[in-house]
Design a protein around this ligand. Structure first.
Ligand code: XCC
Length: 632
């Protein structure tokens, strides 16, 4: 993987990014233990866990499946244990998505009642979607928005036996037919979560095949509600992303300002803080404290959300710092005053680093708590304007305690962000045809969504970046979302100039359109936006998504939401590369179903390949086969 990494001056190469490598050297010199050290301390990791064949559900356990003990004490096989563990992971992910969606729906209702600092920012999308779900679109925007939020909340709470209307309204017809055949058209996600959790208790559903069908069901529920509905409501409230130029990497941190980081997934508090931070009253407070002003930065997915909506929200976003694996290192610059942690992906290790400096960690979501963190400003849509001011004031107070030990790695890159179906249509003059023509004539061989988390198993962002670079070299357009977006931004792959790293054909298309070869679709929730884009392309060509020269890759998947995303992509009909190897290899049946048999049922399958070039070989072969089948 050598040439995909940039080592620090000291030669440290824990990450694909120079900035993270330098910061790791700095934490080492300080005697601070951070994530890469804790990783080392955990090696070697348990082979049973890696294969998914450890069951701890009842007090007879833990049971581990071995050739000598091929069944658990209850009689469960490796197939049952692996499938059940997988369902539990996906259930967790789906549950988390419903929290994000519910917060948004409630915020829209409060906004419609004039009780928040937000406004309905994309009225066109509101009216379009309201029309699709059957609402009377002649109503005033606020009233309509409240009704739409009620529709979504009702969908969320539907029974498991009441098919989700959103699937019926938004999924390609051919997909619905495939899912109906399998009996996996889901009901309301909360009911699906309850059923899946109940089934995966000990001795309820012990049939691995039924558990895998449950996995599909819950992932489709998450796909249409957790992803598609969430991004739709988010666009309606905060604005559909539009093209913006921004900067990324730790070098964006300004040592002379009060620095606040929005960290997590739900961009509501972050947006309110962006607005508050720009008021003269707050800026004056910062100046009185000796700072030049206040800056709000992004981290992980909340950062992607804020960055892509600068035109519709308050603006004033100061840049994206990094992704999941680098959270301790931006704190270790010594120049971050306050981190607002919303929903998931705030690691407990952050507190140790924050304590070594002056940094204040604040949870801004009622479901997030961290050992040792005492400051909670739990998001309340009706109070968020005041909460935002309180957070900015906390940051100013903390700034006063900032020490002199500051090091900001001098690296940053520009990035063009804010791609979506709407911006692509806008850039192409209102029709997908120029893009489809480029695909048909082979200038764009295919499209791969490189999405999801970052993972140290193969080096921070190393796999993801290698895969993206290799794909564009082969004239395959990349769409990124989640922590993979940060990885690409930092390494300059989201600049139009990066077209020079693409194959000649893709380079020509990018230069003609002025776009980068890696398009930023935003956060991990924005995988829903990718689903919408693939649906639009499939509809325009009159084929099923599984017929398209398209694939997905989550090369560094990490957590439970990513599992759901991956399974949703497979249900959607896509070849889905997943790395590192998910904990299924202990089950011959689950491995075979997910990597082979399922293709005959949904058209998609999981591709497991840890070598990035070989993974790209397989995705390219898949794309070529789909092209041949389409006769293009
Ligand atoms: Fe978390 Fe979304 Fe994963 Fe990154 S990408 S590690 S979930 S922040 Ni979704």
């Amino acid at each position: 993987m050598g040439n995909c990494h940039t080592c620090s001056a000291a030669g440290t190469c824990v990450s694909a990014h120079k900035s993270t490598n330098e910061m790791y050297d700095r934490t080492q010199a300080m005697g601070l233990t951070t994530i890469f050290d804790r990783w080392e301390a955990q090696q070697p990791q348990c082979g049973f866990g890696m294969q998914g064949v450890c069951c701890q559900l009842c007090s007879h356990g833990p049971c581990r499946i071995t050739p000598k003990a091929p069944r658990a004490i209850c009689g469960a096989t490796a197939d049952t244990i692996v499938a059940r563990n997988l369902v539990r992971l996906a259930t967790h992910g789906t549950a988390a998505y419903t929290h994000h969606l519910e917060e948004l729906a409630k915020t829209i209702k409060a906004t419609a009642a004039g009780k928040t600092p937000f406004k309905i920012s994309d009225e066109q999308k509101l009216r379009d979607i309201a029309g699709v779900v059957g609402l009377d679109t002649s109503k005033p925007a606020d009233e309509l928005a409240a009704q739409l939020a009620d529709v979504i909340l009702a969908e969320l709470r539907k029974g498991a036996d009441e098919p989700l209307a959103l699937v019926n309204l938004f999924a390609p017809r051919t997909r619905i037919e495939a899912w109906e055949k399998l009996g996996v058209v889901p009901g309301g996600p909360l009911s699906e979560v309850r059923d899946a959790l109940t089934k995966s208790m000990s001795n309820i559903d012990t049939d691995p095949v039924d558990l895998l069908l449950t996995l599909l069901r819950i992932s489709i529920a998450a796909g249409y509600m957790g992803l598609v509905a969430t991004i739709t409501l988010q666009d309606i409230l905060l604005g559909t992303p539009s093209l913006t130029r921004t900067e990324a990497d730790l070098g964006v941190i300004d040592p002379d300002t009060v620095n606040i980081v929005a960290h997590g997934h739900v961009p509501l508090v972050g947006t309110a803080v962006l607005q508050a931070a720009q008021t003269e009253e707050m800026q004056a407070l910062a100046r009185a404290a000796g700072a030049k002003g206040i800056k709000v930065y992004g981290s992980m997915c909340t950062g992607q959300e804020l960055m892509q909506r600068q035109a519709t929200t308050a603006g004033g976003f100061a840049g994206q710092l990094s992704n999941w694996l680098s959270q301790e290192y931006y704190v270790a610059t010594g120049a971050v005053d306050l981190v607002m942690m919303d929903m998931n992906c705030s690691i407990p290790g952050l507190k140790t680093t924050a304590d070594r400096f002056h940094t204040k960690l604040v949870s801004v979501d009622r479901i997030l708590r961290m050992e040792g963190v005492e400051d909670h400003v739990d998001y309340d849509p009706e109070k968020v304007a005041e909460q935002a001011r309180e957070l900015v004031k906390m940051a100013v107070e903390t700034y006063k305690k900032r020490g002199k030990d500051i090091y900001i790695p001098p690296y940053k890159s520009g990035a063009v962000v804010g791609f979506s179906v709407e911006t692509i249509l806008g850039a192409l003059g209102g029709s997908l045809d120029p893009l489809l023509d480029a695909v048909k004539r082979g200038a764009i061989k295919g499209i791969v969504a490189v999405v999801g988390c970052t993972n140290n198993r193969n080096g921070h962002d190393g796999q993801g970046l290698c895969i993206m670079k290799e794909l564009i070299k082969r004239d395959i357009l990349v769409i990124a979302a989640g922590c993979m977006s940060s990885a690409a931004e930092i390494e300059g792959l989201m600049l139009p100039e990066a077209a020079d790293q693409a194959g000649d054909n893709l380079k020509g298309v990018c230069k003609a359109l002025g776009i980068p070869p890696v398009l930023n679709f935003g956060s991990c929730v924005d995988i829903g936006r990718i689903g919408v884009a693939v649906t639009a392309i499939a509809n325009a060509l009159g084929v099923d998504p599984s017929d398209l020269p398209v694939a997905a890759s989550a090369p560094e998947y990490l957590e439970q939401k990513a599992i759901v995303d991956g399974v949703f992509a497979v249900a959607f009909g896509l070849l889905t590369h997943i790395g590192p190897v998910p904990p299924v290899t202990g089950s011959p049946l689950v491995t075979k179903v997910l990597t082979q048999d399922i293709e005959g049922l949904t058209g998609g399958r999981v591709l497991v390949e840890e070598n990035p070039v070989k993974a790209v070989d397989a995705m390219e072969a898949h794309i070529n086969a789909k092209r041949a089948k389409l006769g293009i």
